[in-house]
Design a binder for this molecule. Structure first.
Ligand SMILES: O=C(O)CCC(=O)C(=O)O
Length: 237
């Protein structure tokens, strides 16, 4: 990851936020790392210290209720598959989100999710009305290459990705360098998303870069990832 990282001193903005932030982050907070490549604009930092991240992980394990039944299937190239992880959405009432052929209605916010959402707002200046939660029981669970480019997202809005539990590899691949029809070679960008970390994926990252969480058989512990999003209200869709 280091090749693409530019470290910024503490106190500089991390998310291109719109609300004023405190001039200095609370003491002892790690600095933002800028991850930059052609068309890729991300910021990464540890958001929670270990003790708080441990506590939040435990609360998520106890309080998040994942989808069951039909909602655990995925529509890919005309076929339905079991999702290789657990998934659920929470958010403001009346929002909907269509992802891989499935339309999700969010469950109402719960305190642990509001706590994470508030911390992101404090640190980045961005507010979010929707979160997609993925739980990977071990390194066999994964998510394939995709872009977060659903039509319900507020145009050019960032996505805040917060991770708890096992540290997992996360890979960005440029759209021009995918598969047999690649038109040029660009190296994939590999990150490790640590316990308590925040990855801000900012415009235009999701226009040009696909991302995935590959299988890692040596990972035995669970991981929970929350992607906070700004979804348009029904009237604006
Ligand atoms: O678990 C992760 O870090 C990735 C989740 C993801 O790709 C998504 O929610 O779109």
């Amino acid at each position: 990851m280091d090749r693409y990282v530019v470290k910024r001193p503490p106190g500089e903005a991390g998310g291109g936020g719109k609300r004023p932030r405190p001039a200095e982050p609370p003491s002892g907070q790690p600095p933002w790392q800028e991850i930059r490549a052609e068309g890729l604009n991300c910021d990464y930092r540890l958001l929670f210290g270990k003790a708080e991240a441990d506590e939040i992980f435990q609360r998520l394990e106890e309080e998040v209720e994942y989808f069951e039944g039909e909602m655990t299937k995925l529509h890919v190239f005309g076929k339905w598959h079991d999702i290789p992880r657990k998934q659920v959405t929470y958010g403001d009432p009346e929002l909907t989100y269509t992802y891989s052929g499935v339309t999700f209605s969010p469950k109402p916010w719960i305190p642990v999710l509001n706590r994470i959402r508030d911390r992101i707002a404090l640190d980045t200046g961005h507010t979010f009305n929707f979160v997609l939660i993925n739980r990977y029981k071990d390194g066999g669970d994964h998510i394939g290459e995709h872009r977060d480019d659903e039509r319900e997202l507020v145009p050019r809005s960032p996505i805040a990705s917060v991770s708890f539990g096992a540290c997992r590899d996360f890979v960005f691949r440029h759209c021009d360098s995918r598969g047999k029809n690649a038109t040029r070679h660009m190296k994939p960008i590999k990150l490790q998303l640590a316990h308590g970390s925040l990855l801000m994926m900012k415009y235009p990252t999701n226009v040009y870069w696909y991302h995935s969480l590959p299988i890692r058989k040596r990972v035995l512990a669970p991981r929970i990832n929350l992607t906070f999003r700004k979804v348009m209200t029904v009237a604006k869709k």
